[in-house]
Design a protein around this ligand. Structure first.
Ligand code: AMP
Length: 114
């Protein structure tokens, strides 16, 4: 996992991103290396390093990420279905040390994942 929090730089607009949605609690932007026709990352503005680090105090923000994901899925035309993924730590493939939810859709997604 990288040491630098790249996504904090996107939140702070130090690095550009194609933003799909933003509010006080979260930011959603299109993945730079999309794995499906729709691939959006939804992140809390609060720095939470990994899913393992979530706390009771994060309950509202985590619920909010799901509500935003459902709204974006509708807006982006994913009525056939979509997948939400949170990779936690290196073995699961997490590369950026800032909790993020992948919203993937627009094609058939196989199971089990790699
Ligand atoms: P993960 O592997 O779960 O940590 O996901 C990190 C994701 O961030 C990958 O899908 C990358 O393609 C994506 N990513 C890395 N840098 C950027 C960037 N500057 N803008 C948008 N997405 C990025």
């Amino acid at each position: 996992m990288m040491t630098d929090n790249l996504f904090l730089k996107i939140i702070n607009k130090q690095i550009p991103a194609k933003i799909a949605y933003e509010d006080d609690l979260c930011l959603a932007f299109h993945d730079i290396n999309p794995q499906a026709p729709v691939h959006v990352l939804i992140i809390p503005k609060k720095v939470i390093r990994t899913h393992e680090d979530i706390a009771d105090a994060d309950r509202d923000v985590l619920g909010h990420l799901h509500l935003v994901a459902a709204k974006l899925a509708k807006q982006l035309g994913l009525e056939e279905g979509y997948r939400l993924i949170v990779n936690c730590k290196e073995q699961a493939g997490q590369t950026v040390p800032h909790l993020h939810m992948h919203l993937l859709g627009g094609r058939d997604l196989t199971w089990p994942p790699g």
